[in-house]
Design a binder for this molecule. Sequence first.
Ligand SMILES: Cc1cc2nc3c(=O)[nH]c(=O)nc-3n(C[C@H](O)[C@H](O)[C@H](O)COP(=O)(O)OP(=O)(O)OC[C@H]3O[C@@H](n4cnc5c(N)ncnc54)[C@H](O)[C@@H]3O)c2cc1C
Length: 385
Amino acid sequence: MAENSADILIVGAGIIGLAHAWVAAKAGRSVIVLERRAAAMGASIANFGLLWPIGQPAGRMFSLAMNSRDLWLEVLAAAKIPHRPTGSLHVACRDDEARVAQEFAALGPDFGYRCSWLDRNQALARSQALHPESLLGALWSETEIMVNPRETLRRIPQFLFERYGIQFLWNCPVLEIAHPNVRTTRGTFRGERVIVCPGADLETLYPDFAQQSGMALCKLQMLRTPPQPAGWELGAALAGGLTFRFYPSFGICPSLPALRDRIARETPEYDRFGIHTMVSQAPSGELTLGDSHEYGAQVSPFNREEVDALILRHIKSFIRVPDLTIAERWHGVYVKHPREPYVRFAPEAGVEVIAALGGAGMTLSFGVAAETFAGQCTEDAVHES
Ligand SMILES: Cc1cc2nc3c(=O)[nH]c(=O)nc-3n(C[C@H](O)[C@H](O)[C@H](O)COP(=O)(O)OP(=O)(O)OC[C@H]3O[C@@H](n4cnc5c(N)ncnc54)[C@H](O)[C@@H]3O)c2cc1C
């Protein structure tokens, strides 16, 4: 293969680009990744690092998330990247939250969710962070995993280069694609197949699609504590009762509308900023806290202190941890399609665009990549040796 040519050219070194690079390389394809920044800087490093199958609706999307989870575990082990396969708790502090959690615990296993209802003491045994005074119980799910997104997005490219010789061209913005040619600021590359994984920026390469598809940008405010004292562990990844109204999986619960109504009536400020609360812990000990959801055609660069205060207010209502001072604040941005869980389209033969994974791109990444190459990997190529 000539220099600057590969079987598979990938645009974007976020998690979707990396997942495609790994699946293609395992199938024996030569791969080049073109990334406009010096390192991944998009949503893939701004998130909680939660691999969260329980948030995906029953059926195709939950299966995709579980397949993705298996592939994640394989790549994390092969690349020796620290991670916490702790499972998760959706914490109930109000009767209506407990009702939804119990309904999901009863209905979920029939759809394949590995979950159950825990009473107060059982939940406390899964996470020492839970506030014993407000806690009624929790929905336990064993399938969730925590990674540190910043470290993971740095280490997967190293692993892909060392194990498969995948070339990464950093600081290499792609300006135009006309299959098989991909024009960049660093020359033209040729790919038998071009996979474009541009995150929230569809405008640069496909402005017409970006405008016509009805997709919206979403801004999410996030916070991070310093490392907790040595040895202190969060245990399971945590979601507060507000989260039941956020993930479509909980749509199977008959009591969900009543919970939504109560939250809208009592605390409309949470709805106004799309706030629900989650807590993850990086292997280095910091807690990541969030988040809010503000949708629009543009994203303001300015964070609202009011939003951070609301996130913290709700988090403090259900956790008690050694150090809840805030060491970092930021916002991330993703793009979301009004109807589809993600977007896959072919602007021309030989080119595919995969984008708009919304708030589930970490969870779904490897499953979506496996779908892209379905039928093109031999059984041997599917697992890391
Ligand atoms: C605050 C926040 C919290 C989240 N929490 C979670 C979570 O816990 N679990 C979960 O599953 N999901 C979560 N998500 C969603 C998840 O982070 C995203 O869906 C996912 O990271 C999207 O990955 P991506 O590769 O598509 O995009 P990105 O990470 O944005 O990567 C796209 C890359 O493409 C590059 N690029 C774009 N255009 C070009 C070009 N023309 N030339 C070269 N390079 C280009 C960009 O520089 C960028 O590096 C969260 C998102 C946010 C913002």
